[in-house]
Design a protein around this ligand. Structure first.
Ligand code: SF4
Ligand code: SF4
Length: 427
């Protein structure tokens, strides 16, 4: 490159440089945001296949640059340690502060030894626990090994906060996470919970429409083949490359810090980058905003009613009654559409409404469940209890008796009276 041509890659701190060494991962998290259309419960891996640059190509290209970024260069993926030359790259880059993101499945001692042998250390690193793919004991052991290895000056250990997103949790997830938190607390590992940035403009990350906006997203994102992009969407779609690190003389300059440029792809942006606070958007009215809203409800549209009922039970268990109710209504809507209404959903709705203090609606839902064939003791008893509180026993009993034999109803009433003897069963 001629001395008169300015170096095309910006280096201020807002311009984070990211080297995506691979687009591969040995895990397949359903909440992985490195591909659109996150369907809860559906395993997904990062986005594509590449002719990956070799370690030597990465090192030769990056070391030849006449400048270095202010912010540490992030080695990431996919899972960057799957690159066959990961340790070589990390230990041979000169003049770069390094950061990495990794799921901690790599051989820490081997990478640490290689780094030490070359007098190198990562400045920072970021490691998230993915409960469906690693036992908590194993992850903690790896985290402690990394923390104590000297490989990274300031590692960050984290978990994705899916409290508001039970769509992406199941019992295995919850049990492993709980265990990990207990073990980490007991053993003194410092960790944090990260915000889940899965939605875009209040919608699922589903890339179903895009429009024009002004954007300042000027990341220096380098894909596994060395091509440079300003944002993760353009990187994953291999669209609008600025050039290649292996041919920097022909690279177009990236936008300057804070400079707005037009983009017609808004709506397809990667939700994590988009919500990172690095960069801003300006809509056609001239409003500038940095983050888009994060609405958990959008994921329900991808889910089957039975899975939505599980989501609502998780919400219920954690006391998010409004979300539990919303989920159940969504499930009922879907069941109706499919012509397969389930009394179980109505029974859950009845209990949820009751806990929310909506007793009349609760009674209606419970009686509807009975009408739909849910005549087990628990549901009938719940309906009777709510009816008694509302003074609507006769109405409730008339409905119930259409579906439950009289002697069964009498038995349930006797049982209720035995539990609460001060309120005798209604004759
Ligand atoms: S470990 Fe990370 S990159 Fe791999 S599938 Fe899970 S979220 Fe995606
Ligand atoms: S609007 Fe979205 S897709 Fe377009 S450049 Fe900005 S971040 Fe990338």
């Amino acid at each position: 490159m001629s001395a008169t041509v300015p170096f095309p890659l910006p280096t201020p701190e807002i311009h984070v440089w990211v080297a995506y060494l691979t687009a591969r991962c040995n895990f397949a998290c359903d909440y992985c945001i490195q591909k659109p259309q996150m369907v809860p419960g559906q395993r997904r891996k990062p986005w594509g296949r590449y002719q990956e640059l070799t370690g030597r190509q990465w090192v030769d290209a990056l070391n030849a640059f006449p400048v270095r970024p202010v912010h540490p260069l992030i080695l990431t993926g996919g899972e960057p340690s799957l690159h066959k030359d990961f340790a070589f790259i990390a230990s041979r880059l000169e003049g770069y502060e390094l950061d990495m993101t990794s799921n901690l499945t790599f051989d820490i001692d081997a990478v640490a030894a290689e780094m030490r042998a070359h007098g190198k250390q990562f400045a920072t690193s970021f490691h998230t626990y993915h409960p469906k793919f690693m036992a908590p004991e194993k992850w903690l052991e790896q985290a402690e090994r990394l923390r104590d290895s000297g490989l990274v000056k300031a590692p960050v250990f984290s978990m994705v906060n899916l409290q508001r997103f039970p769509h992406f949790r199941d019992d295995e997830h919850d049990q492993n996470l709980k265990k990990l938190v207990e073990l980490a607390d007991r053993r003194g590992l410092v960790y944090q919970f990260n915000e889940f940035r899965g939605t875009h403009m209040g919608e699922a990350f589903n890339r179903d429409h895009k429009y024009r906006i002004e954007c300042t997203s000027a990341w220096v994102n380098i894909d596994p083949e060395g091509s440079i992009f300003n944002c993760q969407y353009h990187l994953t779609e291999r669209k609008n490359a600025f050039g290649k690190i292996t041919d920097i003389a022909h690279c177009r300059p990236l936008p300057a810090m804070g400079e707005f440029f037009g983009c017609t792809d808004f709506g397809y942006c990667d939700p994590c980058h988009e919500n990172s606070g690095h960069g801003a958007f300006r809509d056609k009215e001239g409003n500038v905003f940095r983050r888009t809203s994060n609405d958990a409800r959008v994921y329900l549209k991808w889910m089957q009613p039975a899975a939505i009922r599980d989501v609502s039970r998780r919400y219920f268990a954690q006391g998010d009654l409004a979300e539990a109710e919303h989920a159940l209504l969504a499930a009922i809507g879907k069941e109706r559409e499919a012509g397969a209404e389930s009394g179980e959903t109505w029974a859950d709705l009845g209990v949820t409404l009751y806990e929310s203090g909506k007793k009349k609606q609760a009674l209606a839902a419970l009686l509807h469940a009975v009408e739909a064939g849910i005549t087990r003791t628990e549901t009938v008893a719940s309906a009777l209890v709510v009816a008694r509180e509302l003074g609507l026993q006769d109405h409730a009993k008339t409905t119930i008796l259409r579906y439950v034999p009289a002697q069964n109803l009498a038995r349930i009433e006797q049982a209720l009276a035995a539990v609460r003897p001060e309120e005798p069963a209604v004759p």
